[in-house]
Design a protein around this ligand. Structure first.
Ligand code: HEC
Ligand code: HEC
Ligand code: HEC
Ligand code: HEC
Ligand code: HEC
Ligand code: HEC
Ligand code: HEC
Ligand code: HEC
Ligand code: HEC
Ligand code: HEC
Ligand code: HEC
Length: 491
């Protein structure tokens, strides 16, 4: 009986030991030894997502991970490559990460396009040494202690990312060696923006570098496929700013994109591909994304609409608006939903912007002038219309009228100038253009066109009269000759 128990115990023991040693031989001997010698790498590796997936040190370094013998384990004959350098690093990573079959074996559904995207990115240029590319996978993800990108300790987690990119982008010496003209102030500026301030305070929802630039597919800002290329920007920003659910906790509007897309600027940019029109960052800055302050709005608009801005600054409105803190251009034109300006804006009718502040009882000086300005520009418009009709009539009658037609261009030019001159809010200056350049020209055109038309009628009726006279003369002559002949016969 005792011997039976002994046998059972012994066989259990054998089972346990063999099980243990099997477990031991399945363990990564590289890790076991490196941990036992207190290697920091092994400590880091313990929290590595690859360690959790039972991936061995040898997946990146090669070698025989079953051997407890150092010589044997780290022998180049067994595929040991030592510490990978340069492009060798990414080659190791993409052995798995660009192979969906391999990734599936580990139960992973992650995308496998990282290297494809990096190959098309600005970062896949050669390094200054020329032997490798600027970034490797480990540049942004580290080599050991790699965790999921959603883990707050990942270098690409939203709160850490600005620092990760800025390792290079804030390093003047490093960046100069690639492109001396590229600014190195992105992080500096970002820290002053609404996005950056929120990010530094632990808000992961505000835009970080990769929200605007992408992560693996980062391109030059001038590349038409870049997320920050002017025509792509509105889309990039609207991923968050048009998502009411995402922006719920901030209590700001989410209509910027839809308003912008329907505005005169949005149509010019997105439909006509007009790169002179502003996109989101033209008004908000690139890295210092803040709403332009009350005072700086006109400066922003004034970078393109120079004349309007200059005239406004010299106008009586300038002081009043400053004092009352009315935003300059925005008060009359709004900002995201700016539409084509028309005469309707001017004057004292219900739709006119002037009526917001001027009435018969309030700010009366401006009221009177607004009314006069409107009627002046209306009369120019109707005079241009009449002049145009007269020119057409004369042309249809085949009259030479190119001089008047040329003048019509001057009149239209005066109309354009007067629309801009509105911003002086000075009746005399406005009248100078509308009357002296505009109305004077239209009255000349009208005069010339009318006299051509008169000429036409003169020629036409003149011909009839002269034919009539000539016929009468011919008849008279005939009768006269006849009479002479008759007299001759009777003689
Ligand atoms: C029995 C212990 C032991 C085993 C097993 C072992 N190593 Fe090492 N390894 C060391 C020691 C000790 C060093 C440092 C000695 C040195 O600097 O050459 C080292 C160094 C390294 C280095 C750095 C080499 C360098 O050039 O700086 C790498 C990489 C490495 N080991 C990877 C591995 C891999 C991969 C495996 C498994 C295939 C492995 N090791 C297995 C003990 C071990
Ligand atoms: C996912 C790939 C990967 C795995 C897995 C990996 N390493 Fe590395 N290891 C690297 C890369 C890449 C470098 C080069 C790092 C660099 O240049 O910054 C490196 C560098 C090293 C070095 C050189 C010293 C250092 O700290 O840079 C040692 C030693 C090392 N690895 C040991 C190990 C050991 C031991 C394991 C397993 C416990 C391991 N590595 C697992 C990719 C890996
Ligand atoms: C310039 C920095 C950078 C480099 C270089 C880089 N990554 Fe990434 N990677 C990121 C960022 C940022 C994210 C996070 C994207 C997100 O949060 O949506 C990411 C995400 C990932 C993910 C998670 C899944 C995914 O695609 O979003 C994997 C896997 C990954 N990277 C692997 C790689 C591999 C493999 C390489 C090398 C071929 C590499 N990365 C090179 C910045 C980088
Ligand atoms: C042996 C195959 C293999 C190699 C080699 C490898 N990886 Fe991985 N990697 C994986 C697997 C499997 C996962 C886990 C995927 C999952 O959880 O869906 C992973 C996860 C990751 C993640 C986390 C992705 C996420 O957010 O969930 C990153 C980042 C990453 N690897 C980067 C690297 C880098 C950088 C290298 C090279 C230095 C590398 N990997 C080499 C197989 C590999
Ligand atoms: C809110 C969106 C946004 C964020 C966040 C952002 N950028 Fe930019 N970035 C832009 C825009 C827009 C441009 C310029 C496009 C242009 O010039 O037309 C730009 C341009 C750049 C350039 C080209 C040089 C320059 O300064 O014009 C670099 C480099 C750059 N960004 C890096 C970064 C880094 C690093 C971060 C994180 C610290 C970052 N960006 C964060 C939108 C952003
Ligand atoms: C290893 C250093 C390094 C890291 C890390 C790095 N970059 Fe770069 N980046 C560069 C270099 C070098 C260039 C190329 C400059 C050139 O040749 O014009 C560049 C170019 C760029 C450009 C194009 C600028 C242009 O010309 O319009 C953008 C945008 C950019 N990086 C954004 C990022 C972002 C975002 C991150 C973080 C996810 C990042 N970079 C991480 C080194 C780096
Ligand atoms: C990843 C999401 C995300 C992206 C992409 C993004 N933003 Fe933001 N943005 C936010 C969040 C969140 C806030 C914080 C809102 C707040 O504090 O009122 C914010 C704030 C702002 C503000 C300040 C609003 C205010 O009055 O406080 C402006 C302006 C702004 N963003 C413009 C932009 C522009 C322009 C772009 C594109 C170049 C952009 N954002 C891209 C998420 C984003
Ligand atoms: C023509 C200049 C201009 C353009 C283009 C522009 N904005 Fe604005 N934006 C402004 C001004 C001006 C303000 C705020 C003025 C104020 O606070 O009174 C503003 C305010 C904002 C705000 C704060 C909340 C709000 O709606 O008032 C956000 C967010 C914003 N803009 C995002 C965007 C985005 C996204 C785009 C591109 C789709 C864009 N902007 C295009 C001028 C512009
Ligand atoms: C007090 C109201 C008011 C303010 C403030 C104002 N505008 Fe105007 N703006 C008008 C009116 C009215 C018209 C239309 C004139 C017409 O078509 O008869 C106009 C027309 C325009 C036009 C089209 C005509 C042209 O010049 O090409 C532009 C552009 C313009 N404004 C830009 C601006 C800018 C930039 C600012 C800020 C510096 C500004 N406006 C401030 C009332 C205003
Ligand atoms: C980056 C240059 C740029 C900036 C900044 C800019 N605009 Fe414009 N704006 C344009 C261009 C280009 C057009 C002509 C679009 C078209 O009609 O094709 C235009 C058209 C207009 C018009 C209509 C003109 C008309 O003939 O009726 C108004 C009004 C206007 N902008 C006002 C503003 C105001 C107000 C701001 C500031 C909040 C502003 N713009 C900022 C470039 C700019
Ligand atoms: C946001 C309010 C506001 C709007 C909109 C506005 N004004 Fe004014 N304007 C004022 C105030 C306040 C004064 C100073 C009081 C006064 O003299 O009537 C003023 C003064 C003027 C003056 C100078 C009068 C003088 O001789 O001292 C003129 C001209 C004028 N406005 C014309 C206009 C015209 C034209 C429009 C429409 C295109 C307009 N204003 C729209 C507020 C406004």
């Amino acid at each position: 009986m005792k011997s039976v128990i002994k046998i059972i115990i012994i066989s259990f023991w054998i089972l346990i030991v063999s099980g243990l040693s099997q477990a031991q031989s399945q363990q990564d001997q590289c890790f076991v030894c490196h941990e036992s010698i207190g290697d920091n790498v092994a400590t880091l590796f313990k929290k590595d997502i690859h360690y959790q997936k039972n991936i061995s040190c040898s997946a990146c370094h090669g070698g025989n991970n079953k051997s407890e013998d150092m010589e044997e384990a780290m022998n180049p004959r067994n595929g040991y490559v030592g510490v990978p350098k340069g492009d060798q690093i990414s080659t190791r990573c993409i052995n798995c990460h660009s192979n969906s079959e391999t990734m599936k074996k580990y139960g992973s559904n992650l995308p496998t396009n990282q290297i494809e995207q990096i190959r098309n990115s600005v970062h896949w240029q050669r390094s200054t040494k020329g032997t490798e590319h600027i970034v490797q996978c480990s540049t942004c993800h580290n080599a050991h202690g790699i965790v999921s990108v959603k883990n707050p300790s990942s270098p690409v987690y939203s709160l850490n990312l600005p620092k990760t990119c800025s390792k290079c982008h804030s390093n003047t010496v490093f960046m100069r060696s690639y492109n001396p003209s590229l600014p190195v102030d992105q992080f500096q500026k970002y820290k002053t923006s609404v996005h950056g301030i929120r990010n530094l305070n632990g808000d992961t929802k505000a835009a970080d570098c990769s929200d605007c630039h992408g992560s693996h597919d980062i391109r030059k800002a001038t590349d038409i496929k870049s997320k920050v290329y002017p025509t792509n920007i509105p889309e990039t920003c609207s991923v968050c700013h048009s998502n009411a659910n995402y922006m719920k906790s901030y209590n700001i509007a989410t209509d910027q994109f839809s308003k912008f897309a329907a505005s005169v600027h949005g149509k010019a940019l997105l439909e006509k591909n007009d790169l002179n029109a502003p996109t989101c960052n033209s008004c908000h800055g690139n890295h210092a994304a803040t709403p332009p302050g009350v005072e700086s709005i006109s400066k922003v608009c004034g970078t393109c609409h120079v004349l309007n801005s200059d005239l406004f600054s010299g106008s009586p409105h300038k002081q009043v608006f400053d004092k009352k803190k009315y935003p300059e251009c925005e008060t009359c034109h709004k900002y995201h939903d700016i539409v084509t300006a028309s005469n309707e804006l001017l004057g004292v009718s219900k739709n006119a912007v002037c009526s917001k502040c001027h009435s018969e009882t309030e700010n009366t000086k401006g009221f009177a002038i607004a009314k006069k300005m409107r009627s002046l520009i209306d009369s120019l418009e109707s005079e241009i219309k009449t002049a145009n009709e007269l020119i057409n009539e004369a042309e249809q009658k085949g009259m030479e009228i190119s001089d008047a037609k040329f003048k019509l261009r001057d009149a239209n030019q005066a109309k354009l100038e007067s629309r801009t001159m509105v911003h002086s809010f000075d009746y005399e200056k406005f009248k100078e253009i509308v009357s002296n350049k505009g109305l004077k020209t239209t009255s000349q055109i009208k005069e010339e066109a009318r006299s051509s038309i008169d000429n036409y009628f003169f020629r036409r009726y003149g011909l009839v009269v002269s034919v009539l006279i000539m016929t009468m003369l011919a008849v008279a002559l005939y009768l006269y000759i006849k009479q002479i002949e008759k007299r001759k016969k009777t003689n």
